[in-house]
Design a protein around this ligand. Structure first.
Ligand SMILES: C[S@@+](CC[C@H](N)C(=O)[O-])C[C@H]1O[C@@H](n2cnc3c(N)ncnc32)[C@H](O)[C@@H]1O
Length: 458
């Protein structure tokens, strides 16, 4: 059973101060072999399946989705609707944790017919070969020093003093003088199954890191689009429960990953996730912050190499299964306010990133007003924002697994085929798609997930 460490109370009081993760208490050890499928996990899985079976969709939400998405997506909505209304068809990816031994899990996954979503061992080879401008960051460390098969770094003692006054800026300066860590080779490994076979979730085991995290595989796409490199400073602006933060840590070893979450309950969840998956040798690099994301643009201006804005949105899957009609109706009322918040968060992120740095905006809704319209508004408001096209980089190579669609400025729906490249820089932002949208379809039930990448001009 998870128990909060004694620093927890002090951490909660200092809500506006980013907090090192190492308040999280005892060090983890590598997982002992043979502990993959705890019976608790299997039971939980059965329980959650039973709960899903009992739940029916929320009519007011479905009615609104029918009205809006049939207009925005046309025929694609008919098939997306059938997937969303059949939770038994939903697929789950199994993201392995590079910070613990996973050979036994890998064997079980393979024997059950799971295969790797990303065949490359090193995720950086999947992405553009061109070196990121951020790789020249002053926080960049020698990559080789991080490529070692096992974590041998020493963990700080459990009674280390809490650094409540650390800010990401002062922390990152400290990191420059920190001796290099020896961590496993960066590798984002996610296993998927062609059928909706759900691997059991892993129960918490005190003193041991979890070996895998279950997620919608489309959630990895914003992380891939962020192209995080070793030594960069990264902000995960809307971080709880922490799935994408974990994925970032599988891809690279940033100098700093600031995981921000203003909601206290969700922040507890986030902290628990980080504690369960990351070794305490990373505690000085991964910090939890509690700010309203809209403040980062001012409080941490020009600080980060990369910022992920995985924004609060009308989470289509979960809203369709609202507990009651009243809850569904309440959510729909509040929905109109989301685009304003999303624009503010994205603009804040663009101020927090350094010139030349990247911001990825993502949501898990199909709604055009929370996706394309938000990106378009920000591009109109911020002359320093430059849209990057993800179609060739992400949609084309991964179209075997995911169904993508996209829209240009004006939101005209485009075909699923790539369109010609822009002829020159002057017109490129107009011709770029505003983002790519993963639409759940039978057999490829991943999503909904929208992602868009914006570079801050130098
Ligand atoms: C879609 S969820 C993030 C999921 C997370 N990135 C992951 O992969 O596990 C959006 C999060 O944004 C948080 N949020 C809501 N308002 C916010 C704000 N003003 N600033 C920052 N985060 C906010 C919500 O509490 C929620 O946890």
């Amino acid at each position: 059973m998870f128990s909060f460490p004694r620093f927890y109370g002090a951490w909660r009081i200092k809500e506006l101060t980013p907090t090192p993760v190492w308040w999280l208490g005892s060090c983890h050890r590598h997982t002992a072999p043979g502990g993959v499928l705890g019976s608790g996990g299997a039971r939980n899985n059965q329980g959650s399946k039973r709960r899903k079976k009992e739940r029916s969709s929320c009519q007011p939400v479905l009615d609104l989705f029918d009205q809006q998405y049939s207009q925005e997506l046309g025929e694609l909505w008919v098939s997306a609707r059938s997937v969303l209304l059949n939770p038994h068809s939903w697929q789950y990816g199994v993201m392995l944790n590079r910070f613990t031994a996973v050979t036994d899990v890998t064997q079980i996954l393979q024997s059950q017919g799971f295969s790797r979503l990303l065949p490359q061992t090193d995720v950086s080879t999947l992405l553009s070969e061109a070196p990121s401008p951020a790789s020249s960051s002053k926080y960049q460390k020698g990559k080789d020093s991080l490529l070692s098969p096992h974590c041998t770094s020493k963990c700080p003692p459990d009674d280390s003093p809490l650094q409540t006054d650390s800010t990401p800026h002062s922390l990152s300066q400290d990191l420059q003088s920190e001796p290099s860590l020896s961590l496993p080779r960066p590798s984002l490994q996610c296993y998927i199954h062609p059928y909706p076979l759900r691997f059991p979730s892993q129960p918490h085991r005190p003193g041991q890191l979890k070996q895998y995290y279950l997620l919608n595989a489309a959630s990895l796409l914003p992380v891939l689009a962020l192209q995080v490199r070793d030594g960069e400073k990264v902000l995960d602006l809307c971080s709880a429960p922490g799935g994408k933060a974990l994925a970032i840590m599988q891809c690279a070893t940033p100098a700093l990953l600031c995981c921000n979450e203003p909601d206290p309950h969700r922040r507890d969840w986030l902290a628990k996730t980080l504690e369960s998956f990351l070794p305490c040798s990373l505690n000085s690099r991964v910090i939890v912050s509690a700010q309203d994301g809209r403040c980062f643009g001012q409080s941490e201006a020009v600080t980060y190499d990369k910022v992920l804005v995985d924004a609060p949105c009308s989470n289509d899957k979960s809203w369709l299964y609202s507990c009651s009609s009243q809850q569904g109706e309440q959510r729909l009322k509040e929905r109109a306010r989301l685009p304003v918040l999303q624009v503010q968060l994205l603009q804040s992120a663009l101020l927090a990133v350094r010139p030349g740095g990247l911001v990825v905006y993502s949501t898990c809704t199909l709604s055009s007003s929370e996706n394309y319209a938000v990106v378009e508004t920000v591009l109109n408001n911020c002359p320093e924002a430059e849209l990057e096209d993800l179609w060739e980089e992400i949609a084309v190579p991964l179209s075997r697994y995911f169904t993508f669609t996209s829209a240009h400025p004006g939101h005209g729906q485009t075909s699923l085929q790539p369109c010609p490249q822009p002829q020159n820089d002057a017109v490129s932002s107009y011709h770029h798609r505003l983002g790519i949208l993963v639409v759940p379809q039978p057999g490829k039930t991943w999503g909904p997930m929208f992602l868009s990448r914006i570079r801050r001009r130098k």
